[in-house]
Ligand binder design. Structure first.
Ligand code: ADP
Ligand code: MG
Length: 616
């Protein structure tokens, strides 16, 4: 029942506003809200189904969303758009691998965000998502017979800042007030309400296998605090791959090749139908017409299990990685929550149960609906209706800036709780530097070139000072939506610049997935590279300072000592050229030891300072 309130200005009786949670899925989207009578979440149904396929059909006069769009996949694949979520915050180059698997056309915009071409018009993924969200809003308003503006939208834990921002923008474009973007696993745990009753702490694993993505999250839940200990997953693994495995079986069996787009769709949809049937029965059979010929497509449960076992094993490896990151062992996990339509597949459930053998596996709630229900609870909290819960999330990848030598200097470490605000002080490396380029990166590698660049900006108008004197304070503020606000302030002059990270070059999903793995594989090499870069930077700085010293205080040196100093500088340069870290260090020490006697006499405080503190 809707609450009634009176608008005092107009004197009219106005219905209150409903707040909703939306699970904007790659495959399916759902809407949930809170029942005013019992304060419990429930999913809003449309045609007695809570699932709205995240698909769009561009008809002659109108854009259709959901089942109507799915129905057009076979006849007009080029006008039917799905998996828009995969395009969010991405550039064309990011999507090279995906391109071949899409029925619709994406436009090469170079470094710009990708656009989709439909009937000679171009649409951004934000616009496309906004059409879906608009439709969901209309459904909610009709079913609730109430205005709907305020919404919480969920995103996968692996979404980066650009993708979160794109999702938020889509909500805005759909005419909604996006209260917050939250992680899907966090929402799922909220739906189960574990921790609401102030009980003792519990470690919970949220296993979310959807249509195209897999996420595992480890949470520590206590007294209403949901703390994400670690996240892991695979942005290209889900029920769609099960469908593909079935398609492959049939294609091999009947030697089906060079099919038209619509015939491929028929196969794909039949495979999905078979997979779903095999969640409750042990065999499936159906006759379909492909290229004018009738084929009897059949599959048994054991065949499906054999085909998908390697895929499920991959998800268990991710679980293992998350447990390792959280510094836990499997036995520490007390409860598991199953999320996503694909957890209905029996082999998925039994494998998860076996892996977390000492945990209770929760599948009481509908795995399709838990994320939306949790989003509705969060929306309810943010609307001020519940104050008994506090949310904590973590950042899945480290955030930092580039320092001298191309090194990654982390401000917010990965798995740090958000919202969070961290500061660090930096300085300049060159005398009289008035502009400072600040490059912001995301990732775990030691060299920024191996990480993902989020953006760059220039702190301009620093008063000319000797190197090392400016005090540049960097502040990274990661808000509850996971959006990064970067502030650089030169403290002596008060010069300040504030930037919200805009998507620049995106990153391919494959890369996101591999980033964590790569940081482990390359740990030793990275350490060596960092060591070399640090030694080189220090040596460069010493040469810089020494040359300056000779220029400015040359009269203190006799011919002989100047020659020695120059020889030692040349040796350092040789060592740098040879990329020999140990040699660089020992040559640097040699010069330092020799020139100390002179330097100590005059080396001003600024240069002393310049040798401390990190330089950008
Ligand atoms: P997403 O979060 O990616 O939108 P969902 O959580 O809605 O995905 O899950 C969609 C996936 O779940 C699809 O691959 C779908 O085929 C699969 N699925 C739905 N119902 C079943 C079922 N009964 N058995 C097995 N898989 C199912
Ligand atoms: Mg999902």
């Amino acid at each position: 029942m809707a609450k009634i309130s009176i608008d005092l200005n107009s004197g009219t009786v106005a219905k209150s506003e409903a707040v909703i949670g939306i699970d904007l899925g790659t495959t399916n989207s759902l809407i949930a809200t809170i029942n005013n009578a019992d304060r419990l979440p429930y999913c809003i149904t449309n045609d007695s189904d809570s699932i709205v396929p995240s698909a769009l059909y561009f008809g002659k006069d109108a854009i259709h969303v959901g089942k109507k769009a799915i129905a057009q996949l076979v006849n007009e694949p080029e006008n039917t758009i799905y998996s828009v979520k995969r395009l969010m915050g991405k550039s064309y180059t990011d999507l090279q691998d995906l391109n071949h698997n899409l029925n619709y056309q994406i436009i090469d915009n170079q470094d710009q965000l990708v656009k989709v071409k439909i009937a000679n018009k171009q649409y951004s993924p934000i616009e496309l998502s906004s059409y879906i969200l608009k439709d969901l809003k209309i459904i909610a308003e009709q079913k609730l017979n109430n205005r709907v503006n305020k919404v919480v939208i969920t995103v996968p834990a692996y979404f980066n800042d650009s993708q979160r921002q794109a999702t938020r923008d889509a909500g805005k474009l759909a005419g909604m007030d996006v209260l917050r973007i939250i992680n899907e696993p966090t929402a799922a745990s909220l739906a189960y309400g574990i921790g609401l009753t102030g009980d003792e702490g519990k470690t919970v694993a949220v296993y979310d296998l959807g249509g195209g993505t897999f996420d595992i999250s480890l949470l520590y839940i206590q007294n209403g605090i949901f703390e994400v200990l670690a996240t892991n997953g695979d942005t290209y693994l889900g029920g769609d791959d099960f469908d593909k495995a079935i398609v492959d079986i049939w294609s091999k069996q009947y030697d089906l090749k060079n099919l038209t787009a619509s015939n491929r769709q028929i196969l794909r949809l039949t495979a999905e139908e078979a997979k779903k049937a095999l969640s409750t029965t042990t065999s499936f059979q159906k006759v379909v017409s492909i290229q004018g010929t009738n084929f009897t497509l059949s599959i048994r449960l054991e065949q499906l299990n054999d085909a998908i076992k390697p895929l499920i094993d991959k998800t268990m490896q991710s679980c293992q990685n998350a447990i390792y990151d959280a510094e836990l062992s499997v036995a520490d996990v007390q409860e598991v929550i199953l999320v996503g339509g694909s957890t209905r597949t029996p082999l998925v459930k039994s494998t998860v149960e076996k892996f977390f053998s000492s945990a209770k596996v929760n599948d009481d709630l509908n795995p399709d609906e838990v994320v939306a229900m949790g989003a509705a609870i969060e929306a309810d909290i943010l609307a001020g209706n519940r104050k008994d819960m506090l949310l904590l999330d973590v950042t899945p990848l480290s955030l930092g800036i580039e320092t001298l030598g191309g090194l990654m200097d982390v401000l917010i470490p990965r798995n740090n709780k958000i919202p969070t605000k961290l500061r660090k002080e930096y300085t300049t490396s060159v005398d009289g530097q008035i502009n400072l380029a600040i490059n912001v990166y995301q990732g775990e590698r030691e060299m920024v070139t191996d990480n993902r660049k989020l953006g760059e900006f220039i702190l301009q108008g620093i008063p000319a000072m000797p190197a090392g004197l400016p005090k540049v304070e960097m502040t990274f503020m990661l808000n509850a939506d996971g959006i990064l606000q970067v502030t650089a302030e030169e403290k002596r002059s008060g010069i300040k610049q504030e930037v919200q990270m805009k998507p620049q070059y995106g990153i391919s999903d494959e890369e996101i997935k591999n980033m964590l793995q790569e940081s482990i594989t390359n740990a030793q090499e990275d350490m060596d590279r960092r060591g070399l870069a640090e030694a080189t930077t220090e040596a460069d700085q010493l040469i810089y300072a020494t040359e300056k010293f000779i220029r400015e205080n040359g009269e203190l040196l006799n011919q002989e000592s100047e020659t020695v100093i120059r020889q030692r500088m040349d040796k350092i340069k040789e060592a740098i050229g040879a990329k020999d870290k140990n040699l660089i260090v020992s040559m640097t020490d040699e010069l330092n030891n020799y020139s100390r006697q002179f330097a100590e006499k005059v080396m001003d405080k600024q240069i002393n300072k310049a040798l401390k503190g990190k330089k950008i």
